[in-house]
Design a protein around this ligand. Structure first.
Ligand SMILES: C[S@@+](CC[C@H](N)C(=O)[O-])C[C@H]1O[C@@H](n2cnc3c(N)ncnc32)[C@H](O)[C@@H]1O
Length: 106
């Protein structure tokens, strides 16, 4: 029984065995390997309480903003001091008020 579970876990994609936030951070780190992580400005879309942001910060991404349609979630994210801007908006067909790398909220 245990052996079967171990085998299953080993053959599953990483997103099923790791927290989603960590998978996101590791994927981004892999794609941007060899670059200075501090120079990137990241917009964490559907940031929620900032689980992915926390993981990104741990591995050196420090310039981040967050957007989420739930103010309650953003309030929790704000308490973690991960993000510069926290934008409460719905990501959909309408353009967010973000242009040329600038976020014009708050
Ligand atoms: C699974 S949760 C948060 C996941 C988050 N990335 C994390 O690491 O904690 C998904 C979030 O997406 C937000 N959300 C869903 N659809 C959205 C939309 N269209 N625009 C903005 N936020 C959205 C919800 O409010 C919720 O906080």
């Amino acid at each position: 029984m245990t052996t079967g579970l171990r085998h299953t876990t080993r053959s599953m994609p990483s997103w099923t065995t790791k927290p989603l936030g960590r998978c996101c951070a590791e994927t981004l780190a892999e794609k941007l390997a060899g670059t200075d992580r501090r120079k990137f400005r990241i917009l964490d879309v559907a940031a929620g309480t900032g689980l992915a942001g926390e993981e990104l910060q741990k591995i050196g991404f420090t310039n981040m903003d967050a957007v989420d349609c739930s103010q309650k979630m953003l309030d929790e994210a704000k308490a973690k001091n991960i993000y510069g801007r926290l934008i409460c908006d719905f990501v959909g067909p309408d353009q967010l008020d973000i242009q040329n790398g600038m976020i014009r909220y708050g």
